[in-house]
Design a binder for this molecule. Structure first.
Ligand code: DQQ
Length: 539
């Protein structure tokens, strides 16, 4: 089936076949980036979970290694679930992960490399004294999972947090340890938010208020803010809050308690879950990995024999201009895949028009685009206070005075299929503009068994800024970053006609009043080498 084989991505991380979910234990060790992931070796659906493992020099080209850990102990026989790596100051690697026991109890386990001198860390030893942690009294035996990377306390102990719930309140337990074998449960929680349900894959890390570099997880001080991220099992999205960490109490106080639903902002308004960051000590940056699932049918996944991709790794920084959101941006290494490019400067896109962009191919792209709305249109419009929400207001088909406008990716010539990635600007009676950034899957495919949601949210646009977007198109995935990564959207798209040589790219402006000036640079993207490890290859 050519349609299904076209969907496989060319430069996003994927195993060769079968099911993948959460990123696990990412780290940089002796010259190699390590990536572990939740993997079903037997089918393209979730189940029989073990740890897949791959290594890379640049987080773009990957070599698949043998499974790192399989479900072979009573304490993980029902699954080797999500976990995190900690690299101790002496270079020792500690891996903590959740095991689902023979009775489906969620326990935490310790593992470490069998041969620390092997940069590929092929073999792993499970600590004979496992499990190292059981669910605390009063906690459901299936509500205790996904230990974080450890960080140092001022007393010199290691501290971790583990997600859980108490009735409907999402909570994160805090434990201190000296040897990763015995732990002391701290009183209180790192954070608790009522009504949010089970917290999966909690992440906790510092970001610099001043500098552009990332920080080691143990870094603390006046010049940092802390981030808590939780993956909400109930709504399958990742939320983060920026705030302050009280190291004595082991608790986190968000800056803005009211923002969003009280739980924070979303890393991504599309499909992006169970994410995890790590500190890349070789480049001094914090890198975010996120699991991007499918939105076609399970039947299609089984037919194509694989399910899920990982996001392009994203650097994470505090947005110094707003102070209230993070900036996520594809790691610079992805630019090594850029081939030839096409440039378009100051194209005037009139209200109600679609402009074909004459590029070689439109299946693997890195697009950088800037838009300026004609100032007169903004001043003159009499359309005020329109409420616009990407997901509920008709998507790119809903016309307003000042939007929507943007790109139609993965389109066919006759526009029977297309995915708009766009801005929608509204003006308040106070004269202030409000900008939404959206990705509309409603016309992305003629197939009927795929999800056609419209994704998106608001994006902060500051005085004097142009509207800007970066879009990575890679077959069935479209990853979009607005305003330098303030608002991000990962979409999965399954066209039936806009595939292979029939894939096109267009600009569109569906505003009724505003003309938009667009400038773009569009690179063709090479495929990454993602293949089984070849010991003979010289790296
Ligand atoms: N996936 C793992 C769990 C985690 C969930 C199991 C999140 O450890 O809570 O595959 O997607």
């Amino acid at each position: 089936n050519t349609m299904l084989s076209w969907q496989r991505t060319a430069y996003h991380f994927q195993p060769e076949k079968n099911w993948m979910n959460d990123p696990n234990g990412p780290m940089y060790y002796k010259g190699w980036y390590h990536f572990f992931y939740q993997y079903n070796p037997n089918a393209a659906v979730w189940g029989d979970i073990v740890w897949g493992h791959a290594v890379s020099r640049d987080m773009i080209h990957w070599e698949h290694l043998p499974l790192a850990m399989v479900n072979d102990q009573w304490y993980d026989i029902n699954g080797v679930w999500t976990g995190s790596a900690t690299i101790l100051p002496n270079g020792q690697v500690i891996m903590l992960y959740t095991g689902s026991t023979n009775d489906s109890v969620q326990v935490q386990n310790l593992a470490y490399p069998a041969d620390p001198s092997d940069p590929l860390l092929v073999d792993w030893i499970k600590y004979p004294g496992n499990p190292v942690l059981f669910p605390p009294p009063g906690i459901g035996y299936k509500d205790f999972r996904d230990p974080t990377t450890a960080w140092l306390t001022s007393e010199g102990k290691w501290r971790i947090t583990i997600g859980s719930k108490l009735n409907k309140t999402g909570i994160a337990f805090v434990y201190d340890t000296e040897d990763f074998k015995t732990y002391e449960l701290k009183e209180g929680f790192l954070r608790a938010v009522s009504g949010t349900g089970m917290w999966e894959c909690v992440d906790f890390y510092p970001v610099s208020k001043m500098a552009e570099n990332g920080l080691d997880t143990s870094f603390n001080g006046a010049e940092v803010k802390h981030v808590v991220k939780v993956s909400l099992d109930d709504d399958r999205h990742d939320y983060y809050s920026i705030g302050n960490y009280d190291e004595k109490k082991g608790s986190f106080i968000p800056d803005d308690v009211k923002n969003d639903v009280g739980i924070g902002l979303r890393y991504d308004y599309g499909i992006f879950y169970a994410s995890k960051t790590f500190y890349d000590q070789s480049k001094g940056r914090r890198v975010l990995w996120g699991w991007i699932g499918e939105s076609d049918s399970e039947y299609a996944d089984i037919t194509k024999g694989w399910a899920s991709v990982q996001s392009i790794p994203r650097t994470v920084n505090l947005d110094k201009k707003t102070g209230s959101n993070l900036l996520q941006w594809p790691i610079a290494e992805v630019e090594s895949l850029r081939l030839r490019s096409d440039k378009f400067k100051n194209l005037n896109v009139k209200p109600g028009s679609v402009v074909s962009l004459d590029i070689e191919s439109a299946t693997q792209l890195d697009i950088v685009a800037e838009f300026e709305i004609n100032k007169e249109a903004i001043e003159k419009t009499t359309e005020f206070n329109v409420e616009y929400q990407c997901s509920t207001n008709g998507g790119a088909a809903k016309r307003g005075a000042l939007g929507p406008f943007g790109l139609l990716v993965l389109a066919d010539e006759g526009l029977s299929e297309y995915t708009p990635v766009y801005f929608y600007v509204t003006k308040g009676s106070d004269g202030l503009l409000k900008t939404s950034f959206c990705s509309d899957q409603s016309r992305s495919s003629l197939a009927t068994d795929v999800n056609k949601q419209i994704f998106g949210s608001f994006v902060p646009v500051l005085e004097g800024e142009k509207l800007s977007v970066r879009i990575l198109v890679d077959h069935s995935i479209v990853e979009s970053f607005a305003q330098g990564g303030r608002t991000c959207i990962a979409s999965r798209v399954y066209p039936t006609k806009a595939i292979y040589g029939a894939t096109r790219l267009f600009l569109f402006n569906n505003a009724t009043e505003a003309t938009v000036k667009a400038s773009l640079k569009i690179w063709q993207m090479n495929s990454a080498f993602i293949h089984p490890f070849n010991p003979d290859q010289k790296n």
